[in-house]
Design a protein around this ligand. Structure first.
Ligand code: 26W
Length: 767
């Protein structure tokens, strides 16, 4: 984008006059932020409009979550005007960094939502016609604070700074009908800017509002009586993002959200398709849809319904669906696979339920074993099965994950429909996750190999012959990033970290299978070792955690309390203060992640093998030159393939071993053999840590007692974890270690989301 500073400031001034009745001199932060954003939006209107009018075949990415983070810097970067805008503002005495206070758009929980955001950015950067469709939640993922070490949740008022990067499109509003009420769906469009290529795609987020008088009239004409919203407030549907990650709760409001979003999107798409005069049977020639996990799978029966309302037969409509829909699975955890009570579903959406039953009947007609192939069984609707049956392609998100889907989770389906199953390993956008968050490092790389890697990440391999000469600068920049993070943490968490410590980082959602517990127990193990004099010369290490726990997930909250208690114990003990520090940062989110991933020395990716579908923070750390301390799980396997296992720190049971271990596993025996581990574990119950609520005791019991003690083999993997982690800590700082960091960075190319979206476009969307 061309940039003229004088023109830009005049545009900003004009918006300030019109919208806020102020000028550059008198504008506050908020006004300035909105005016700068709007001035830029205006400039991009033509490009955006061109994309909207283009007749290309497009893919709709249907997702209940888009974890976009902060828009302003990333948008300016992609438009190629980040530095220019910064300089122009500086010229009038304003610092562009003041917008760091702007809230993240946290309309997602974790990996799945952030992946959707990376894919939109990469698709635009590759000029792939991908548009996002989702929900404009009034409140995003809760804000987290700690009080006495316990997690507290507050509403996330992400709109309090305004929403200048969206436009409300009233003319595209549609009505969405439930058995008990009808609501109005109003789209807000966000432009998705490709990296310096003039491409603008769209993220369309739907907001629920009460039906207005004029809607009633037109809707009644077409569909018969509309029910008013007596008992249920329409806006409730899009009020808040469900904060559970990986556990299904069968709440009707969630089903309403899912149906609301897909019905509105499909109605919108069909109306526009019809306006071109084409036959709906040819819809797949213009559109395909990617279903981001099971959350939007109700789109399938909805499209069947809509097409039949337009005069297609069931078989014709089914063929259209089979030609349009594809399904991504993001987790093998049984408790996360969505299932709905058939009665509740048929009460809320009777016509949609009819279509599900019709799919079930069609499936029965295939002559397959009904015990293995079903959509509805025992009054439960299995959304994943519906998706697999209808979709052209089903994909896992890393090689090991796709293999597990084929051989375990969906074995029957794979054997029946082998050609449907494909792997698309996840990726991340290198723009936000290196160029934007680590600009000094990006400049260092540019200086060595040019800037082709910005859009062709495998070009980072060209760094390999330069690693020796890069080491001093690499170390200096990492050190500066650590200093910056330490200052930020001091300000936000009140904990002082020295950048001379090793920064050992585990940031991700809190879940038992991700095993933050394993990390925390190792901290205590080292702590007691140092105190007893058994561990000498322990390399000074800061153990940094960041994670939100689902508000209803008791054990996850217990782990947070535990780690906060460990932090209190360790940080207040002068005997170890020159050796270790522990900090659990509050409200970990995309913006915090940007500061953390460029400042880490160790990337902890320590899930029980077979549990983490892919992971994407592992890729972000790798891109920023950080070694992985991890298990052979998810994308870690491919990270080792790309960068060499010898350049990372791998430990633990393999996925092949896990099932066998569980047969004979007795955690108590392991603890008895390792006195220091025993001591660490017993801090949960022996009074070392304060536990007013009894939470820590429950956590102790989950590790040692009950039907399946230590389900995720924390204690089983402990010894091997300590062995490898200790090796890593003592390797740190050597030239060999620093080389490993850069070898990882140089080999990260495969994990660009540019590659992932190109794989989707080529193998699934056929765009
Ligand atoms: C129904 C409740 C629910 C909510 C969210 C079930 C499942 C989810 C998501 C599928 C959880 C999720 O975010 N999974 C993560 O997806 C990432 C992107 O593919 C992977 O990298 C992570 O390994 C996976 O845990």
């Amino acid at each position: 984008m061309q940039f003229d500073a004088k023109q830009f400031l005049a545009d900003v001034e004009r918006v300030l006059h019109a919208d806020y009745a102020c000028d550059l001199k008198s504008a506050g932060r908020r006004e300035l932020y909105n005016a700068v954003s709007k001035a830029v939006m205006e400039e991009t209107f033509d490009d955006w409009n061109r994309a909207r009018r283009s007749a290309r075949r497009r893919c709709g990415y249907f997702s209940a979550e888009f974890l976009m983070g902060r828009a302003i810097y990333s948008n300016l970067l992609n438009l190629g005007i980040l530095e220019d805008v910064g300089a122009a503002l500086k010229g009038v005495g304003e610092d562009i960094m003041q917008f760091e206070e702007v809230e993240d758009a946290a309309l997602g929980n974790g990996g799945l939502g952030r992946l959707a955001a990376c894919y939109l950015e990469s698709a635009a950067s590759r000029n792939i016609a991908l548009d996002g469709y989702g929900i404009r939640y009034r409140y995003g993922l809760f804000r987290q604070t700690f009080q006495d070490g316990f997690q507290h949740e507050e509403g996330d008022d992400w709109l309090k700074w305004g929403d200048p990067w969206s436009v409300r499109v009233d003319r595209d509003a549609v009505l969405v009908k439930f058995a008990d009420l009808t609501v109005r769906a109003v789209p807000y469009d966000m432009p998705i800017f490709g990296y310096r290529n003039g491409v603008v795609n769209t993220l369309r987020l739907w907001q629920a509002e009460p039906v207005q008088a004029f809607d009633f009239a037109s809707f009644n004409e077409m569909h018969g009586e509309v029910k008013a919203t007596e008992n249920f407030n329409a806006t409730k549907i899009t009020d808040v993002l469900y904060p559970n990650d990986n556990t299904m709760v069968g709440k009707i409001l969630r089903l309403r959200q899912q149906y609301f979003m897909v019905s509105a999107s499909l109605q919108d798409i069909i109306a526009k398709f019809k306006a071109t005069g084409k036959d709906l049977r040819t819809l797949p020639e213009k559109w395909c849809f990617q279903l981001n996990d099971t959350h939007p799978v109700i789109a399938i029966p909805e499209l069947l319904r809509l097409l039949q309302a337009e005069g297609l037969t069931f078989d014709e409509a089914f063929a259209v669906c089979a030609g349009c829909f594809n399904f991504t699975n993001h987790t093998i955890m049984a408790e996360a696979l969505e299932k709905w009570d058939a009665l509740a579903l048929s009460d809320l959406l009777p016509e949609v339920y009819e279509q599900i039953v019709a799919c079930q009947q069609r499936l029965q007609g295939e002559g397959l074993n009904p015990d293995q192939f079903y959509i509805v069984r025992d009054n439960v609707v299995h959304m994943a099965n519906l998706a697999i049956y209808v979709c052209a392609h089903v994909n896992g998100v890393a090689q090991i994950h796709t293999n597990i889907l084929k051989t375990q989770t969906f074995k029957n389906w794979y054997e029946q429909y082998p050609d449907k199953f494909v792997n698309i390993t996840n990726g991340i956008t290198p723009r936000r996750w290196l160029l934007l968050n680590n600009p000094e490092m990006a400049r260092l790389i540019d200086g060595k190999i040019g800037d082709g890697w910005h859009t062709k990440l495998p070009e980072l391999k060209k760094l390999l012959p330069h690693i020796g000469e890069m080491l001093p600068d690499f170390v200096r920049i990492k050190q500066q990033n650590k200093q910056n993070l330490a200052e930020y943490i001091a300000g936000h968490e009140g904990v002082q970290l020295s950048p001379d410590f090793i920064f050992d980082v585990q940031v991700k959602r809190l879940h038992e299978y991700k095993r933050q517990m394993l990390n925390a127990l190792s901290v205590l193990w080292y702590y007691f070792g140092i105190k007893d004099g058994e561990i000498k010369d322990f390399p000074p290490t800061a153990f940094i955690f960041g994670a939100k726990a689902a508000p209803g997930y008791y054990m996850a909250k217990a782990v947070i309390k535990f780690i906060n208690e460990v932090a209190k114990l360790v940080n207040s003990d002068p005997a170890v203060s020159d050796r270790m520090k522990v900090v659990f940062v509050q409200n970990y989110n995309v913006s915090y992640a940007e500061k953390i991933v460029c400042a880490a020395d160790i990337s902890e990716q320590i899930s029980l093998a077979g549990m983490e579908a892919s992971g994407t923070s592992n890729m972000k750390f790798m891109l920023n030159g950080t070694v992985t301390l991890g298990t052979m799980d998810g994308a870690n396997v491919e990270i080792c393939e790309e960068a060499g296992r010898e350049n990372n720190y791998i430990f633990g049971a393999t996925v092949e071993e896990v099932a066998a271990i569980k047969q004979y596993y007795c955690p108590r025996e392991i603890v008895e053999q390792n006195p220091r581990l025993k001591r660490a574990l017993e801090t949960l119950v022996d009074g070392t840590l304060s536990d007013g609520s009894g939470m820590l005791k429950k956590l102790y019991e989950s590790m040692t007692a009950g039907y399946e003690p230590d389900r995720y083999l924390v204690l089983y993997d402990f010894a091997d974890y300590i062995r490898v982690k200790t090796q890593l800590l003592y390797d740190y700082g050597t030239e060999e270690f620093n080389r490993k960091c850069l070898v990882n960075m140089a080999n990260v190319g495969k994990f660009s989301a540019d590659r992932s979206v190109s794989d989707y476009a080529k193998n699934i969307w056929k765009l």
